[in-house]
Design a protein around this ligand. Structure first.
Ligand SMILES: [Zn+2]
Length: 124
């Protein structure tokens, strides 16, 4: 069972001032945390106050999560009113990092799951 999920959901629904009155849980328990990188080399759990300095993700998990974050950023930017030149510069900035991430994924596992097609995200 994954504790504290209702609190997390409720915090996400409320205005920030009200959400801050609902504390995170104490400890989800091993195997139940959902980690995010909260600052350099420190991961926090969305649902409880636990943190870790050890990456909770393997390199391939990290690569996939980072790629997903980049594609999400690009999708938001593509739908925004950014000037085309600025959007193009940002896409180029991500291109090198995406190449490295794709290398991590392709050299770690072949054919495990499906990756988003980077050209779709970068050419739309
Ligand atoms: Zn947790």
């Amino acid at each position: 069972m994954q504790p504290y999920r209702f609190r997390s959901w409720l915090r996400a629904q409320l205005p920030q001032a009200a959400a801050e009155q609902i504390p995170k849980g104490k400890d989800c328990g091993q195997g139940h945390h959902e980690w995010y990188l909260s600052e350099d080399r420190l991961w926090g759990c969305y649902h409880c106050v636990q943190t870790t300095k050890e990456s909770p993700w393997s390199s391939i998990q990290w690569a996939r999560l980072r790629m997903r974050a980049i594609y999400t950023d690009l999708a938001f930017m593509a739908a925004s009113d950014l000037p085309p030149g600025e959007f193009h510069e940002i896409r180029l900035g991500y291109r090198h990092e995406l190449d490295q991430l794709e290398h991590v994924v392709s050299s770690s596992v072949a054919g495990q799951g499906s990756l988003p097609d980077p050209e779709l995200a970068l050419t739309s």
